[in-house]
Design a protein around this ligand. Structure first.
Ligand code: GUN
Ligand code: ZN
Length: 428
């Protein structure tokens, strides 16, 4: 059993942050042998019971903060090298940069190399779990799953389904794509900490037959994730309307094929109406808010106030390579800006604890992994990060002056980057 003594951040069931400036985190194997949180709270209250325990190894980390590992709800590992590609909006960006690059992932050795770099980059930035797109090539899934398994990481990924309106090299065949998806579910879903996600790229690049087949698999494998994009960009929405004139809305296309349910995650969800929001809530579907991507591609602003009024689940995502950074601090900072800009008239702004929650316990809840990851309450898997709030001269100066938890968290959100992450610890 390991006992960590440091400042400690975790979240209550209602999403509010709980903070111990002198905290104790006890980590040890659960009944299945997985490293879990055994106790968390103030050092004063808990040290008598836990730190004196025979066999307890005590790690004292003065000046450090322990927090849940970040959870990235939507990312594309094959787009690691596409970050910062200049293009005029989503559709040209896909055509000129993303599809040509993704065509390289038929080569397993190439995919292995990018997968290793990607996981290194996630961990350097304090991200311990992600829901990631692979490409349309099954080898790209094998690469990210095998690399994540070797590191003991909780990771969800899936082969992209895209059988139309896609160039040679990334387009799959309707029937074969579904056969490959089912084979990959059998190979990887529930193996160690891995999960499979049925991954139609977005409505325009799948035939109706492919979306119908994806929906049938989503019904057959109910604890597998569904992962796609929705309502990101106005040109994209016009395209969907032309392809599916009978659908009430973009999200309604997915609903019609049985692709909205618990553990279904749609990136962006910017251009929704009230019926779409009700559909998200009623089906238990989640939105992955991707603010650096939405700013980079000028897609629009996620509407936090209407999302909260409707009561559907959401969390934060980098959407690399449409997104501009792997760093959860850049993503939280952009979400703050989006919240302000999108609700300038209402004078709304997101609170620092809420931003952090959206990238940890809130993201885990949206993914159907509440109480498993994204938090450090007893019973959670022990994926956590050790932060050094004094990692740069300005952060040291600013965090030393913080007079409240909000001020401490916000200093890190605004000024932080990968230098804040001293270590990412994965439950083994
Ligand atoms: N819509 C369809 N494919 C993509 C993608 O790769 N990135 C983003 N941001 N949107 C998409
Ligand atoms: Zn995306």
């Amino acid at each position: 059993m390991k006992i960590y003594r440091a400042a400690l951040l975790r979240f209550a069931d209602d999403g509010s942050p709980q903070y111990d400036s002198d905290g104790l985190l006890a980590v040890g194997p659960d009944a299945q042998g997985r490293e879990c949180v055994l106790a968390a709270g103030s050092w004063q209250a808990l040290q008598g019971q836990w730190a004196q325990h025979p066999g307890a190894e005590v790690m004292h980390l003065p000046g450090r903060l322990i927090a849940p590992g970040f959870v990235d709800m939507h990312i594309h590992y094959p787009q690691t090298d596409v970050i910062g590609a200049p293009a005029d909006g989503l559709l040209p960006w896909l055509e000129h940069y993303t599809f040509p690059h993704e065509s390289r992932f038929h080569d397993r050795a190439y995919a292995d190399g990018v997968a290793e770099f990607f996981l290194d980059e996630l961990l350097r930035n304090g991200v311990t779990t992600a829901l990631t797109f692979a490409t349309s090539h099954p080898a790209s899934v094998d690469a990210i799953m095998a690399a994540s398994q070797a590191r003991g990481m909780r990771m969800m990924a899936g082969k992209v389904l895209q059988d139309r309106h896609s160039p040679d090299g990334v387009r799959d065949d309707c029937e074969q794509g579904l056969i490959d998806t089912e084979a990959l579910i059998g190979r990887w879903h529930g193996v160690d900490r891995l999960g499979y996600a049925i991954t139609p790229r977005f409505a325009p690049t799948s035939s109706e037959a492919q979306l119908r087949g994806a929906g049938a698999l989503a019904a057959k494998y109910s604890d597998v994730w569904v992962h796609s994009h929705a309502s990101e960009n106005l040109d994209e929405i016009r395209w969907v309307r032309g392809l599916y004139p009978q659908a009430r809305s973009y999200l309604d296309v997915y609903a019609g094929f049985g692709l909205m349910r618990e553990r279904a995650v749609y990136a962006h969800c910017i251009w929704l109406d009230e019926a779409d929001r009700a559909l998200l809530r009623e089906t238990g579907t989640a939105a992955a808010i991707s603010p650096t991507s939405n700013l980079f591609l000028s897609s629009g602003y996620f509407d936090y106030l209407k999302a909260d009024a409707a009561g559907f689940r959401y969390g934060l995502a980098s959407d690399v390579g449409g997104g501009m950074s792997f760093s959860p601090f850049r993503t939280m900072q952009a979400a703050y800006v989006v919240g302000r800009e999108g609700h300038a008239k209402q004078g709304f702004s997101l609170k620092p604890g809420a931003l952090w929650w959206q990238h940890t316990a809130g993201a885990a809840r949206a993914l159907g992994l509440e109480g498993v990851i994204g938090n450090l309450q007893p019973g959670c898997e022990a994926d956590f990060i050790i932060l050094n709030p004094s990692c740069t001269p300005l952060l040291a100066r600013k965090t030393a002056q913080a007079e409240s938890l909000d001020e401490l968290l916000f200093a890190m959100i605004v000024l932080g980057d990968d230098r804040l992450i001293e270590q990412a610890v994965i439950a083994r």
